[in-house]
Ligand binder design. Structure first.
Ligand code: HQG
Length: 179
């Protein structure tokens, strides 16, 4: 089983286009694991897929992208479809990070961090993680620091994605600095 490929298929279903798979998703992004398995099986490459393959995929992953609980599965972050997934507000570390390509820095320092194609802005608890995110788009990404504690005090809401990913609706530029 190619877990990387499977993870991309699951991301498409749970983060981007659940309707293509006729998934019934609740407001927190959960779907019945069995429903996802049946939907993915329609694709020939996964015609023998079992729920156990999904938990093995989670165990094999480099990042905690999904959560499986009580017969249900959900993506923890990364959603892009219009109906915004409900997240509970949390307390982020005092500073969080965001890695971005060089050509976007000026715009971000003017306009703030926007979710762009996703439901939330994605932030990292650790700077090395943010640099890795930035490297998806630029070999020498720029590391931005976000004064999350200060922003929280001023009413900006942060939500926990997983152990390292933090989410926010929008981060105004006054809390952002170039590291
Ligand atoms: C940029 C991966 C112009 C932002 C990663 C980024 C992450 C702006 C791009 C997760 C902007 C959006 C998400 C503004 C932000 N003007 N550009 N005002 N504000 N941007 O992919 O954070 O491996 O939607 O800097 O690990 O790169 O898939 O977000 O470059 O956690 O699990 O707009 O995806 O997770 O790009 O990545 P993305 P991201 P997985």
């Amino acid at each position: 089983m190619d877990y990387l490929k499977l993870s991309k298929g699951v991301a498409h279903a749970l983060r981007h286009a659940p309707w293509e798979y006729e998934l019934e998703m609740d407001s927190e992004g959960w779907v019945e694991t069995e429903q996802l398995v049946m939907a993915l099986r329609l694709d020939k490459q996964w015609d023998l897929l079992q729920a156990g393959d999904l938990s093995n995929m989670l165990d094999a992953a480099d990042k905690k992208r999904y959560e499986i609980k009580d017969g249900k599965i959900r993506a923890l972050y990364g959603h892009s479809f219009p109906q915004k997934i409900k997240k509970s507000p949390g307390t982020p570390p005092p500073v969080v990070y965001h890695g971005t390509p060089r050509h976007l820095v000026e715009q971000i320092m003017n306009d703030g961090l926007r979710p762009m194609g996703r439901q939330y802005v994605h932030l990292a608890a650790e700077s090395d993680m943010a640099i890795m995110v930035g490297k998806r788009r630029d070999s020498e990404p720029v590391l931005l620091g976000i004064h999350a504690e200060m922003a929280s005090k001023d009413g900006i809401i942060f939500y926990q994605g997983n152990n390292t990913v933090w989410l926010s609706d929008f981060v105004p530029s006054r809390y952002i600095y170039i590291c």
